[in-house]
Ligand binder design. Structure first.
Ligand SMILES: Nc1nc2c(ncn2[C@@H]2O[C@H](COP(=O)(O)OP(=O)(O)OP(=O)(O)O)[C@@H](O)[C@H]2O)c(=O)[nH]1
Ligand SMILES: [Mg+2]
Length: 369
């Protein structure tokens, strides 16, 4: 690798250096010395520039490395990842970004497999990403699911990436958004972001996609009542899945019930009416019609400018949410604040200080570094 290709910050500090095992650029000195005695490591190290070059050619292995870099929590990897993304940005943005949510067992994985296969057959390249709120707590990951998407996993036009398995929801949010950009730069023109429907993560996914759909099932008289209106208000389509066999007529009835409720809700996308549809992820019936709905949505929102407006707003909101998160981290990790906080908290709880007074004093400390 030519040294001239290295960005400045890579050369500046040997210790926070660019050398990430299995991912990063080569420490030339090390390799020269070591190559005499050791075999060259299997996982050849690569520079950011090489990664960019390969990712934009659509190299999946390099895309995986790039995403691993994006997901890394190490500070110097963060810098590398930003350098990488800075260069990939110009190639991104050209996909349709689709979000899918639904309670466990609604059939999300089955649906994505069937839907993804259809899109691949139509000549698209599909990337499937996941946000799993439980993994941020447990450290586990839902997409052991690769096994449930067997056909899609093997399809060379599909790329499935499990949820980042650690970090705060905010951190996972950043990683997934940046992974979307990397996948787009690698030529994936349809990005599907899946999340289990359990609250906060729907709002996060809604904020990073163009089209958001709620996958649901029948048997839902009570479920309909109990379903948070809030989630329905985020959706551009509601899909009643498992409309097959004996369940078909019930699914149709449920679809109508949803449409009745939707009639009274404010749709999330200007100029687009959210409606309910039926499908069977198992038989594939109705899946093609859902793709037609998404295509119509894209046409409609492109023409009206709503799509562009949404993406601009999303980028803006993302920026502010990152600023808020950084500020919060910086405050709570501040050495003196960490020490003082318990005392002020105690004072507030016991009525010795007003909240405003305590906060004011803490901020004076924080800002007077
Ligand atoms: N009859 C029928 N069964 C389905 C359909 N879609 C999914 N299933 C079944 O429903 C069960 C759950 O499907 P999954 O695709 O794993 O559901 P999921 O939403 O991904 O579930 P989690 O990953 O746990 O959140 C499986 O046994 C599927 O075979 C469908 O359209 N019809
Ligand atoms: Mg699943």
């Amino acid at each position: 690798m030519a040294d001239s290709k290295r960005p400045e910050w890579q050369e500046s500090d040997e210790h926070t250096s660019t050398y990430m095992p299995g991912i990063s650029s080569t420490h030339d000195g090390f390799q020269k010395a070591s190559s005499k005695r050791f075999k060259k490591p299997k996982n050849t190290d690569v520079s950011v520039q090489e990664m960019v070059d390969q990712v934009i050619k659509g190299d999946r292995m390099m895309l995986s490395k790039a995403i691993t870099l994006i997901e890394s929590n190490a500070e110097h990897h963060f810098k590398m990842a930003q350098e990488l993304l800075g260069q990939l940005l110009q190639y991104s943005g050209k996909s349709i970004r689709i979000g899918i949510t639904g309670v466990p067992g609604a059939g999300k994985s089955t649906f994505i497999e069937e839907f993804g296969m259809l899109l691949c057959e139509l000549g698209h390249r599909v990337a499937v990403l996941a946000i799993d709120p439980s993994s941020t707590i447990s450290g586990g990951s839902i997409l052991g699911d690769k096994t449930r998407m067997e056909r899609l996993v093997r399809n060379e036009n599909a790329y499935i990436r499990p949820s980042p398995s650690s970090g705060t929801l905010g951190g996972v949010h950043r990683k997934t958004r940046e992974t979307i950009l990397a996948c787009e730069a690698a030529g994936f023109d349809i990005i599907i972001v899946e999340t289990v429907g359990v609250g906060q993560s729907e709002v996060i996914v809604r904020g990073m996609v163009d089209f958001f759909m709620l996958l649901t099932i029948t048997g839902a008289g009570d479920q309909l009542q109990g379903m948070k209106k809030g989630i329905m208000e985020l959706a551009d389509a509601i899909i009643v899945n498992k409309a097959d066999g004996d369940n078909k007529s019930l699914a149709e009835k449920t679809r109508k019930e949803y449409n009745q409720i939707l009639h009274f809700l404010m749709p999330p996308t200007k100029g687009w009416e959210t409606k309910a549809y039926c499908c069977s992820a198992l038989t594939g019936e109705g899946i093609g019609a859902i793709w037609n709905v998404i295509k119509a949505f894209r046409e409609n929102t492109r023409e009206s400018g709503v799509l562009e407006e949404r993406r601009m707003l999303q980028a803006k909101e993302w920026m502010y949410s990152q600023i808020t998160e950084r500020l919060e981290q910086s405050f709570y990790q501040h050495k003196e604040i960490k020490e003082l906080l318990p005392y002020y908290q105690h004072a507030v709880i016991n009525g010795h200080s007003t909240v405003s007074m305590a906060v004011d004093l803490l901020f004076s400390k924080y800002l007077n570094e």
